[in-house]
Design a protein around this ligand. Structure first.
Ligand SMILES: C[S@@+](CC[C@H](N)C(=O)[O-])C[C@H]1O[C@@H](n2cnc3c(N)ncnc32)[C@H](O)[C@@H]1O
Length: 284
């Protein structure tokens, strides 16, 4: 049970909360989201034994040096919808066109490391999908040093990703021929096979944390799908600039189908991969 505030949060108060969240996470909530934010703040007031939103804002600003309360709020306000093999045609473009091209270029240079970043990985369905694809496309996958770094700001979804146990809805789109090789049926659901899971390294990361973002380097592919829609243009641009630096020349970035970076960055080339258009970092 949460203690409801007596009235709807006044707009000025909502704006103070909204702006604080934006400054920390880059997530932007429009005025229409007042009820959504109010309900989540009420849950945090209850947890902390506070009564007023002003006290909560004071707590966030001055009594939270380690960012634990900000993290608790972040866990409540992020949208974590995801499932395996989401946006299948885009994944086909990745596996049939972009991946073979990058692998061939590496083989020519006798390089054996391939690094993929799933940024905003939620409960892990996206990085495990990518792990399945890598193991399927590379028949000599053991000769490669494959790394999928999967990051999210929400600690709860990262705990779910660590378990790697999924219900029917999440795994329904997995092609049947992959189910046998990569999923292990258990009483409580479908667990990712340990060999496939081993390719994925989970990491807590706020895409809005500049220092953490600067440490992300040397990726051949970045998947950041259905994440930037929750940001405004300024925070999108800052994240995309970091992605550019994190990618190796010739690397690709994949966004969700409703997301585009053409308006905020001209650094990437828009290239055709099968029936798909994808963003590529050109060679220097
Ligand atoms: C809708 S899910 C997308 C999951 C997956 N990429 C997909 O397309 O199925 C968006 C994820 O982005 C994460 N996210 C939102 N803001 C973030 C931030 N500032 N830093 C890191 N992750 C963030 C959320 O926690 C959430 O798990």
């Amino acid at each position: 049970m949460t203690t409801p505030l007596e009235t709807e949060m006044p707009l000025e108060q909502f704006v103070r909360v909204r702006d604080f969240i934006y400054s920390k996470l880059g997530l932007f909530f429009e005025d229409a989201k007042v009820y959504f934010i109010q309900k989540r703040v009420e849950r945090r007031l209850e947890a902390l034994g506070l009564e007023r939103v002003e006290d909560y804002m004071f707590h966030l600003r001055f009594c939270d040096p380690e960012g634990q309360e900000m993290q608790a709020l972040a866990n409540l306000i992020t949208t974590n919808e995801t499932y395996m093999f989401r946006e299948y045609e885009q994944l086909e473009a990745f596996s049939n066109h972009c991946l073979p091209e990058v692998l061939e270029a590496k083989q020519k240079r006798k390089l054996t490391q391939l690094r993929v970043w799933s940024a905003g990985c939620s409960s892990g369905e996206e990085p495990y999908t990518l792990a399945i694809i890598l193991r399927e496309v590379l028949d000599n996958s053991r000769d490669w040093d494959l790394q999928i770094v999967a990051t999210d700001i929400d600690e709860e979804v990262l705990r779910m990703a660590e378990k790697a146990l999924y219900g029917d809805r999440s795994v329904k789109p997995v092609p049947p021929e992959y189910v046998e090789r990569h999923l292990v049926a258990e009483r409580k659901g479908h667990r990712i096979h340990p060999d496939t899971k081993a390719l994925v390294k989970l990491q807590h990361l706020n895409l809005h944390d500049r220092a953490a973002m600067r440490s992300m380097r040397n990726f051949d592919f970045i998947f950041c799908r259905n994440v930037l829609i929750y940001f405004d243009d300024a925070s999108r641009k800052s994240v995309v600039d970091h992605f550019y630096n994190a990618l190796n020349p010739g690397g690709y970035i994949f966004l969700g189908h409703s997301e585009s970076i053409g308006r905020i960055s001209s650094a990437f080339d828009l290239v055709r991969a099968g029936d798909f258009l994808v963003y590529k970092k050109g060679k220097p």
